[in-house]
Design a protein around this ligand. Structure first.
Ligand SMILES: Cc1cc2nc3c(=O)[nH]c(=O)nc-3n(C[C@H](O)[C@H](O)[C@H](O)COP(=O)(O)OP(=O)(O)OC[C@H]3O[C@@H](n4cnc5c(N)ncnc54)[C@H](O)[C@@H]3O)c2cc1C
Length: 553
C-alpha cells in the first residue's frame, strides 16, 4: 500500500464514517413506524415525519451538543442585591424546548380529540429525544402533571390549557400573561427520596380555604424556572401518618411578585447536563392544596406514573439513537479488508443491540397506547403492572446497551464529538429517578398483592402470543412459578420484574416483529442462550436484523 507523500495527503482523513445526519429519525426507524401503525395509524406516522426530519438535521444535533456543553447557571441576586433565584439556559436549550413544545410533546395530548394522541406524542418524544435527552425532563413533567392536576377541577382549568399549549413561552411572569406554561415536581428531600413519607417540609394553613405556606426544603427539583410545581409536604396539625399532602406551587404569584422559593444551588451531575436540577428552600412559599390532606402520595402518583412512561420512552430513544450510530458506523468503516457491517461478529453485536432497541420500542409504544384508552379496565390494569415492569427493565438495560453501542465506534466512540459519551452519561438516569430500580421492582410486588386485575392483565396480554414460541411459553410459566414462593418474593423482586417485562416484550415481538427479530429475542432473553453481554446471538439471520436497524438517508 502506498503511503501519503505530501502534507495535503497526510492531512486527508480516510475511512471515517460520515456524520449520521440528514435522515428522518421517525421514518427510518422500522420498529417505531410499525408500532405506531399498530397502535395508531399510518396517518400518525405521516404527521410525525416533519418532527423526524428535523430531529435528524445537523442543526438539531449541533444544538443538542451545545446545550450540554453550556450548562445552565444560577443567578441568586441581581446587580442591586435583590434576591432573584433565576437560572439562565443557553440559547440551544431554548431552541430545543421551543421545538419540543411546538411539536406537541408536552401536555398537548390531554386536550386532543385524537384517539391516538398519546401514541403520537410518545413516538414523537422517543424520536425527538435523539436530539438531546436533558430537555426531555421539563417536557415530561409538563406532560405528567395533568392527570394529577385534574383531581381539582378549578386548578385544572387554570393550568391544563397552558401546559397543553404548543407555544413555548419561557420567563418568570404571571401565568395569566403567558401563552404556554411548564410544570415540575418536588418530592425528594435530603433525608429520603424513595421514602417520601419521611418528608419534613411543613404546610401551614392560611386564613384562605385551601391555601397554605410551605416551610422546608427539596433536595432535587429539576427545571426550577418552570411555572408551576407539584410539591409534597406534611399538613400541619394532622396525625403523622395522615399528613402528607400534595400542593400546587406557582413560581410567580398572580400579582406578578415572585413566590418565595430559594434556589440554593444547582447539582453538578454525571449527565443530563443541559438541564438544571436544583436544591430549594421554602419559607412562607404560597401553595394551593391539590386533593385532600393526607392523600399526597395518592395524588402525586398520577404524575409519577406518567413520568415513568417517559422514562421508558426516553430510554428507548437513547437505545435507538445509540444503535443507529453503531450500525451507521459499521456500514461506513472498513477494517481487515471489508466493511465492519459485513463482518459476522460485528453483525452479531449490532443485531443484538437492535433486538434490545426493538423490544424497548415495542413495549414503550404499547404502554402509550394504554394511556389512549383511559376508560378500558384491561388497559388500566395493564398500566398498573406494565409501567413499573417496563420502568425497571428497559431503563436497567440501557447503560449496558449504550456502552456496547459506543464500542462499535471504536476509539471515536469514546470521544465527545461522536455524541456517544453524552448518551452514555445519560443512560443510567432513567433508572435512578421516578422510583429507582428496586423501588419499581417492589412496586410490581405491591400491584400483584393488592390488585388481582393487574396480574390478570399481564397474563392475558402475554397470553395473546401463547403457543407461538415455546421459549416464551416457558418463560411465562417460570414467572408465574416465581410468584408462588412468598418467603423469597421481596428478595427476588428484580428477577421477577425482569422476567415479566421480558415476557411482555417477547409477546409483542413474537406477534408483530419480523420472525428473525422475535427468534433472536426469545433465544437470548427468554431461552437459555443468554451469556451476559451483547453479541452472543446464535442461529438467527443476524445480517437481516442489523440491516433493518441501519438508518437510510
Ligand atoms: C438528575 C436528577 C434529577 C432529579 N429531579 C428530581 C425532581 O425534579 N423532583 C424530585 O422530586 N426528585 C428528583 N430527583 C430525585 C430522584 O427522584 C431520587 O434521587 C430518587 O427517587 C431516589 O431517591 P433517593 O435519592 O432519596 O435515594 P434513596 O431513596 O435513599 O434510595 C437509595 C437506593 O436504595 C434503594 N431502595 C430504596 N428503598 C428500598 C427498599 N425498600 N428496598 C430495597 N432497596 C431500596 C433505591 O432503589 C436506591 O437504589 C432527581 C434525581 C436526579 C438524579
Amino acid at each position: 500500500m502506498e503511503g501519503p507523500k505530501t502534507r495535503g495527503e497526510i492531512r486527508v482523513a480516510t475511512n471515517q464514517s460520515p456524520p449520521l445526519v440528514g435522515h428522518n429519525v421517525v421514518t427510518s426507524d422500522a420498529a417505531l413506524v410499525e408500532a405506531v401503525i399498530r397502535h395508531a395509524s399510518a396517518e400518525v406516522v405521516d404527521d410525525l415525519a416533519p418532527l423526524g426530519a428535523e430531529a435528524g438535521t445537523a442543526e438539531a444535533r449541533e444544538q443538542g451538543i451545545l446545550a450540554n456543553e453550556n450548562h445552565p447557571t444560577l443567578r441568586s441576586y441581581d446587580r442591586y442585591g435583590n434576591r432573584v433565584d433565576e437560572v439562565a439556559f443557553h440559547p440551544s436549550w431554548h431552541w430545543l424546548m421551543e421545538r419540543a413544545v411546538g411539536h406537541g410533546l408536552a401536555a398537548a395530548p390531554w386536550e386532543s380529540e385524537s384517539p391516538y394522541a398519546h401514541v403520537r406524542r410518545a413516538a414523537g418524544f422517543l424520536a425527538w429525544s435523539h436530539t438531546e435527552p436533558g430537555h426531555g425532563c421539563p417536557i415530561s413533567m409538563t406532560y405528567a402533571a395533568v392527570p394529577a392536576l385534574r383531581v381539582d377541577e378549578a386548578v385544572a382549568k387554570e393550568w391544563v390549557p397552558l401546559l397543553a399549549s404548543t407555544s413555548y413561552d419561557p420567563g418568570l411572569r404571571p401565568v395569566a400573561e403567558k401563552r404556554g406554561a411548564l410544570a415540575g415536581m418536588g418530592m425528594t428531600e435530603k433525608q429520603g427520596g424513595s421514602d417520601v413519607r419521611a418528608n419534613v417540609t411543613v404546610a401551614r394553613p392560611t386564613s384562605v380555604d385551601g391555601e397554605y405556606t410551605l416551610h422546608g426544603h427539596k433536595w432535587f427539583t429539576s427545571a426550577p424556572m418552570n411555572d408551576v410545581f407539584l410539591v409534597l409536604a406534611q399538613a400541619e396539625g394532622r396525625p403523622e401518618n395522615e399528613a402528607l399532602s400534595c400542593f400546587v406551587v406557582p413560581r410567580v404569584l398572580p400579582d406578578g411578585t415572585r413566590n418565595q422559593l430559594d434556589v440554593v444551588r444547582l447539582k453538578d451531575k454525571l449527565g443530563n447536563r443541559s438541564n438544571a436540577s436544583s436544591e430549594l428552600e421554602f419559607d412562607g412559599t404560597l401553595a394551593h392544596r391539590l386533593g385532600d390532606e393526607g392523600r399526597g402520595v395518592r395524588t402525586i402518583i398520577e404524575m409519577v406514573n406518567a413520568t415513568r412512561l417517559d422514562c421508558v420512552l426516553g430510554s428507548a430513544g437513547l437505545m435507538r439513537r445509540a444503535v443507529s450510530e453503531a450500525a451507521w458506523h459499521a456500514a461506513h468503516r472498513s477494517a481487515f479488508g471489508g466493511l465492519l457491517a459485513d463482518k459476522p461478529l460485528m453483525q452479531n453485536v449490532v443485531a443484538d443491540l437492535a433486538v434490545e432497541s426493538e423490544a424497548a420500542t415495542a413495549l414503550a409504544v404499547r404502554l402509550a397506547a394504554a394511556v389512549d384508552d383511559l376508560t378500558d379496565p384491561h388497559e388500566a390494569a395493564l398500566r398498573r403492572i406494565a409501567l413499573p415492569l417496563a420502568k425497571f427493565w428497559v431503563c436497567k438495560r440501557t447503560p449496558a446497551m449504550v456502552a456496547e453501542a459506543l464500542e462499535c465506534l471504536g476509539g471515536n466512540g469514546y470521544v465527545e464529538e461522536s455524541v456517544m459519551p453524552l448518551l452514555y452519561r445519560e443512560a443510567p438516569l432513567n433508572s435512578v429517578w421516578e422510583g429507582s430500580g428496586n423501588v419499581n421492582a417492589l412496586d410490581v410486588l405491591r400491584a400483584l398483592a393488592r390488585e388481582p386485575a393487574a396480574l390478570e392483565a399481564w397474563i392475558s396480554e402475554v397470553g395473546l402470543a401463547r403457543g407461538a414460541d415455546p421459549r416464551l411459553d416457558r418463560a411465562v410459566d417460570d414467572s408465574l412459578a416465581l410468584l408462588g414462593d412468598e418467603a423469597t418474593l421481596e428478595q427476588s423482586a428484580r428477577r421477577l420484574a425482569g422476567r415479566m417485562a421480558a415476557c411482555l416484550q417477547g409477546s409483542l415481538l413474537v406477534r408483530f416483529a419480523p420472525p428473525e427479530v422475535a427468534d433472536a429475542f426469545c433465544a437470548s432473553r427468554l431461552g437459555s442462550s443468554y451469556d451476559g453481554t451483547f453479541g452472543m446471538l446464535a442461529g438467527s439471520d443476524l445480517a437481516a436484523i442489523a440491516a433493518r436497524t441501519t438508518p437510510a438517508r
